[in-house]
Design a protein around this ligand. Structure first.
Ligand SMILES: Cc1cc2nc3c(=O)[nH]c(=O)nc-3n(C[C@H](O)[C@H](O)[C@H](O)COP(=O)(O)OP(=O)(O)OC[C@H]3O[C@@H](n4cnc5c(N)ncnc54)[C@H](O)[C@@H]3O)c2cc1C
Length: 170
């Protein structure tokens, strides 16, 4: 926790919802919740890029530089669509996996045995915890994802009742 946050006057502050992170998912969630009449707190850690924007590979578990099944899938898709399967130049020449679109991880599923959240982004096993960010986008769509993240967050927020309607019943 940075020093400014430690000094923040949080005593006596109360909220109905706490949104962690004010990115594409978090900011739209905070907006919609406040429009529904809730008191919303947003915790934002700040500084998006650390270590000058680089990620540091784990020497014991380096990123794979070639994934057979992904390569095969790309070739099948290219064949079926008349396209060309390609890698990015840094991947092909430098063995460096590269993306600005880090997505997935919190799988949307029918139940906890197969995933992390339900179709309304609610975490299995918790009544009022939602994940509204890129982790619920199942895989990299290959195009800019922020509008998809925003749309999925809008969908999740649309399921939350108005504050005056009382707390979530289901
Ligand atoms: C260089 C770059 C360029 C991009 N360009 C585009 C583009 O042109 N178009 C596009 O659609 N997408 C683009 N993307 C992708 C897009 O920015 C992300 O997919 C999107 O921001 C992800 O949204 P999110 O809500 O999941 O997370 P983010 O928008 O990353 O938000 C997460 C927030 O949580 C905060 N946070 C993290 N941990 C904590 C914590 N412990 N406590 C409190 N706060 C925390 C972070 O500081 C951040 O503000 C780009 C990404 C990068 C890196």
């Amino acid at each position: 926790m940075n020093n400014d946050l430690k000094r923040a006057p949080l005593d006596g502050f109360d909220c109905d919802w706490l949104v962690i992170g004010s990115g594409f998912g978090g900011s739209v969630s905070a907006l919609r919740l406040s429009e529904k009449g809730y008191r919303v707190g947003v915790l934002e850690i700040g500084r998006r890029f650390r270590d000058e924007g680089k990620t540091v590979p784990d020497p014991e578990k380096p990123n794979p530089t070639f994934i057979d099944v992904t390569n095969e899938a790309a070739e099948v898709l290219a064949r079926d669509t008349g396209g060309v399967a390609q890698s990015m130049i840094l991947e092909a020449l430098g063995n460096v996996p590269t993306t600005a679109h880090i997505l997935g991880g919190a799988v949307v599923a029918e139940g906890p045995e197969r995933g992390v959240v339900d179709r309304h982004s609610r975490v299995f096993g918790y009544r009022n915890m939602l994940i509204c960010d890129g982790s619920t986008v199942p895989a990299n769509p290959g195009v800019n994802p922020s509008l998809t993240i925003t749309a999925m967050s809008e969908h999740a927020m649309a399921q939350v009742p108005e504050a005056k309607a009382g707390w979530w019943s289901e």
